[in-house]
Ligand binder design. Structure first.
Ligand code: BES
Ligand code: MN
Ligand code: MN
Length: 460
């Protein structure tokens, strides 16, 4: 058995260097959605590959149609389980820049938290697994398990090139478990393991009325205003009970199991938590479900952005030519994104009057939701490691966000993911002032090291 004590001590002694390295990683503006940041996404891939090589691994950077993929492996623990660590080095756009206290790509530590875009989602979290493996190798030990790394630069755009890559490299990526740190703890002093993620799919709806913006006095009252039409259509997307009104939307929805409703209740009342975290004046949602149930296990439709007409200073008396809405849905098991896309298209066509022309586009193919086995050997090993690393037994929760590739791991590699989140729900991921607790960064590194030991000790 490996000397994990020496590893933990090594981690303790190298905290400062780890934070310095994380700062360097976070300084790279690897925004996958912005085409002028392509070089920066590649630079983030190179950073990851360099660190893996420096610890003695043969890391590979694979080109794709868009952003690169980084892989590496260390397979010397004969007869022991294999874990595939997945993470993403791309980040969300930092805008609006003026809302940041310190610039998004100039990592700054304040009150024990490191502030930067990607600090929690996902650079800070994915890096913990690299540093844990490094600690074994730098203390002259072999890893207690077989370890594979798979890092991508396209998570925030739905992993379009990673899924085919997994299909192509199915054999090389084979593992007993996928390990992912890209979620959150339940609370500041309560770690969590996620056993479910929602899926996602996205659309863009554009309505065109007149062939140009018109004088609203000359023509107002005689033709339809696309913004009014769009607003009416959006209003029809939910019914009075807060349910999505698309026919057949709930047809394949896997109901919450009795044990889940009980377990979510045992976590306490989520309503005040959601109010406090969001600052909203009141709650809203599907009748008959608690806040946790609504967020984690029920499907939704959201308008993410709406626009059209004059947005500048002062007034402008026009009937706009066009109006648009960007829509995403969060899906749950066993909804099929393709089927849902068809149903939504038909619904939008049906509610669209003939006073405007409709363009309907699937902007995000998306991915289905996923649930993982809650009583595998890997799950038990992760629980033991978290108990040792964070000092508390983790709670089992689901997550409302999506990690598109997780279903592909399950379907293509036939491999369950262990979602071990070191972040916090108020880390401001995708928002200004994203942060990651420095303490959780260190606890994540330690827990990853302990997880390898615990998994090695389990029968598999
Ligand atoms: N790490 C998040 C998923 C997540 C969100 C985990 C909230 C825990 C709490 C991931 O990077 C993400 O943002 N996914 C996107 C995927 C989409 C852009 C295809 C999402 O859920 O919106
Ligand atoms: Mn993420
Ligand atoms: Mn994200």
């Amino acid at each position: 058995m490996s000397d994990t004590r020496g590893v933990v001590k090594y981690i303790e002694e190298n905290k400062e260097e780890y934070l310095e390295a994380l700062r360097e990683f976070l300084s790279i503006p690897s925004v996958s959605t912005q085409s002028d940041r392509k070089k920066d996404v590649a630079a983030a891939a190179a950073f990851v590959a360099r660190r893996l090589r420096a610890m003695g691994l043969k890391a590979m950077v694979h080109k794709t149609a868009k952003h690169p993929i980084v892989t590496a492996e260390y397979l010397k623990a004969e007869g022991k389980p294999t874990a595939l660590v997945y993470g993403h080095f791309d980040v969300q756009p930092p805008e609006p820049l003026e809302k940041w206290t310190s610039p998004p790509f100039e990592p700054t530590v304040r009150a024990g938290k490191i502030y930067a875009r990607g600090a929690s989602d996902d650079k800070g979290q994915m890096f913990t697994h690299i540093l844990a493996a490094e600690a074994y190798l730098k203390t002259g030990q072999e890893l207690p398990i077989n370890l594979k790394f798979l890092f991508e630069g396209e998570e925030e755009i739905g992993s379009p090139n990673l899924v085919p890559f997994i299909r192509q490299h199915k054999k090389d990526l084979a593992a007993d478990y996928v390990v992912i740190s890209d979620t959150a703890q339940f609370d500041r002093n309560l770690p969590a393991i996620n056993y479910g993620l929602r899926g996602i799919t996205g659309f863009e709806i554009t309505l065109t009325g007149p062939n140009r913006d018109l004088h609203s006095g000359s023509y107002g009252g005689a033709i339809a205003n696309p913004i009014h039409v769009l607003a009416e259509m959006v209003a029809k997307m939910h019914d009075k009970r807060g349910r999505v009104a698309v026919p057949g939307f709930y047809k394949d929805v896997l109901p919450l199991q009795a044990w889940e409703r009980k377990a979510f209740k045992a976590l306490g009342d989520g309503d005040p938590v959601v109010l406090k975290q969001t600052g909203s004046p009141n709650l809203y949602g599907e009748k008959g479900f608690s806040s946790y149930e609504r967020k984690w296990a029920r499907p939704t439709l959201e308008v993410n952005g709406i626009g059209g007409g004059y947005q500048g200073e002062g007034g402008k008396t026009v009937i706009p030519s066009t109006a648009f809405a960007k829509v995403t849905m969060r899906l749950v098991p066993n909804q099929d994104p393709k089927k849902i896309q068809k149903k939504f298209k038909k619904f939008v066509q049906d509610i669209c009057p003939d006073t405007v022309r409709l363009t309907f586009e699937v902007s995000e193919q998306g991915a289905g939701a996923v649930l993982v086995n809650t009583d595998s050997e890997g799950m038990s090993a992760a629980k033991r490691a978290i108990k040792r690393g964070f000092g508390k037994e983790p709670v089992l929760v689901r997550e409302g966000g999506s990690i598109p590739v997780v279903l592909a791991f399950k379907q293509i590699l036939k491999c369950d993911s262990l979602l071990l989140g070191w972040g916090l729900l108020d880390d401001n991921i995708h928002s200004p002032n994203e942060k990651f607790s420095v303490r959780d960064f260190y606890r994540g590194i330690k827990t990853s090291a302990l997880f390898m030991e615990e998994l090695a000790a389990s029968k598999s």
